[in-house]
Write a protein that binds this ligand. Sequence first.
Ligand code: HH2
Length: 270
Amino acid sequence: MGVLNVTPDSFSDGGRYLDAEVAVVHGLEMAHQGADVVDVGGESSRPGAEPVSEREELRRVVPVIEALSPHVRVSVDTVKRAVAEAALDAGATLVNDISASLWPVAAESGAGWVAMHMQGAPRTMQRDPHYHDVVAEVHAFLRARAETALEAGVREVWVDPGIGFGKTASHNLALLHHLPELVAEGFPVLVGTSRKSFLGPLAAGPGPEPAGVAERLPGSIATATWAMLAGASMVRVHDVPSARQAATLVGATRMAAGGSWAPGPVAAGR
Ligand code: HH2
């Protein structure tokens, strides 16, 4: 899943794709580089982000989704019902929902739905995240939401532990460590670690400074690879070529167990 933030303030690519034409070119580029889904968002959810009006979010995302959806699967990254509905009308087929509350929209439309876990709301979520048992609580929350969505008639339900959403670095690492248990619940798992701040200190060089956003590619790919090996079915990334290469390698190594793997049309073409 390639990230396409049509926003002025996203934490790593804010302002780069605010112009619809530039956004569409980047979305097509990510599809060409091997993204199976392009995730279009019009409101930043970075810690401290200010909410955006419905009208402005619609203005940002709808034209981009209309242009991209004939060429690649598009998800809409939103917490607003009206934006999700307009995005599905414009051609999106997956609702990426960091609030884990929009399953009725997916049930009514036949679209897929991603339930992500978040403690609190973006503006304040990183102030003092607190859990008794982060892994048990996040997994239980996702299981309950996913089952509710299934009962409501949603046919494609994804779960996402919400790395960085009301979580300390050790919460994030615990969730990554215990990913196989979430995978074992039976819902396809999506994981987004790309360029996130918990990577900063972990990905730092020998000096005292944490790695800045632009220096977090190795950590992003390491954690995406970890997630794929743990059984995640999709990783949400800004740097598609590197993640695609990691995904191809994970798949090839798995399939080589019987000595039978050979580059297929997708691997060879990309
Ligand atoms: N992370 C971000 C946004 N949406 N959706 C899912 N399902 N999982 C994630 O981990 C996730 C997400 C935050 O990253 P980004 O979109 O790059 O930044 P911003 O929220 O500042 O636009």
